[in-house]
Design a protein around this ligand. Structure first.
Ligand code: SF4
Length: 319
């Protein structure tokens, strides 16, 4: 028999037009989850909508504050008047939204956040922001490679003493950041890398931490504010860029892997299990998700088999 040679072409999948740090977080947790979410665009149907969330509101106020700094200059009295006005207006809207959705108004929420933001403006910002120039707020960093947009919104980019900084605002009741940890924050590495690819400049990535419910008499060791910098170099950004290109290539190849250690709180668990066992996930998707599976690595999952039973949180589901 003559030697038989087979050239098999790996399946190429249509990847999302862009790649962002939030996509990478999902990818790092589980590649299959990334596929469900970003390729198949399956979104779980959720019942309840939460009106407000502390972290995102502090974030929003930080953006507003630095837009004012950019416009009027650090320490301008107009800034505090505008911030107070904004709080009053948002509180009125919040009360109205709570009444509309029949949700109790949480006044502690506003008391905590307004204290955190006003203390930040009075105490922390003058210390860390003095000398800041060329301020860019919520700046969209965009770099196109192989037809794909690598992008993200950096909270704050500025120049100080001739060096560029890329800052991310974080808040919470416990600080978990320190310099070593900041070096591992992928979102910052991503922004720094895209900034480097765009400008050739090596920016200093940093996290500005704000305690979201600052206690009146803090216990020793409680961090109310903090600024933590990473020490990335040209080499770190070039290495990370090569890593991003490898991820991009792998995503195109459709060779996604499943990370079973991340299954515990995965919203896609029922679909994933059905797919693995060769059952059709169609019915699960129909009742619990928006979207549909584009392709699957399980050979028998399109067999149309039904009758799949799944134990979830003490309940048995039949599909
Ligand atoms: S159930 Fe587990 S393996 Fe499947 S997508 Fe979710 S995390 Fe990944």
């Amino acid at each position: 028999m003559n030697k038989l040679v087979v050239f098999e072409q790996a399946t190429q999948q249509v990847v999302p037009e862009s790649l962002s740090p939030s996509q990478l977080t999902v990818w790092n947790d589980c590649e299959q989850r990334w596929k469900f979410s970003y390729v198949d665009k399956l979104s779980p149907r959720r019942g309840r909508v939460v009106a407000f969330e502390k972290g995102s509101y502090i974030h929003e106020m930080m953006h507003y504050y630095y837009q004012l700094v950019r416009e009027f200059g650090l320490g301008s009295p107009i800034i505090m008047v505008s911030i107070q006005e904004r709080f009053k207006q948002d509180l009125a809207n919040y009360i109205m939204a709570c009444n509309d959705h029949d949700i109790p108004v949480d006044m502690n929420f506003y008391r905590d956040i307004s204290k955190a933001v006003i203390d930040y403006i009075n105490l922390q910002s003058p210390l860390i922001d003095k000398g800041m120039t060329e301020i860019l707020v919520e700046h969209h960093l965009e770099y196109v490679y192989d037809g794909r947009l690598f992008h993200g919104f950096a909270d704050l980019i500025y120049k100080k003493e001739g060096k560029w900084h890329i800052r991310d605002h974080k808040s919470g009741v416990k600080n978990t950041y320190e310099t070593k940890m900041v070096e591992r924050v992928e979102q910052l590495l991503f922004y720094g890398t895209i900034f480097y690819k765009l400008t050739g400049e090596v920016a200093i990535p940093e996290i500005s931490f704000i305690h979201s419910a600052p206690p009146t008499s803090p216990k020793p060791g409680t961090v109310i504010f903090g600024l933590f910098e990473a020490a990335h170099t040209k080499a770190s950004y070039e290495t990370y860029w090569n890593h991003l290109v490898r991820i991009h290539e792998k995503q195109k190849s459709s060779q996604v892997e499943r990370n079973y250690s991340a299954c515990k709180y995965c919203a896609y668990y029922p679909i994933c299990r059905a797919d693995l066992r060769g059952y059709s996930a169609e019915n699960i998707i129909k009742y619990r998700f928006n979207g549909q599976i584009q392709n699957s690595d399980s050979a028998s999952s399109d067999s149309g088999k039904t009758g799949f039973t799944l134990n979830l949180g003490g309940h048995r589901y039949h599909y």
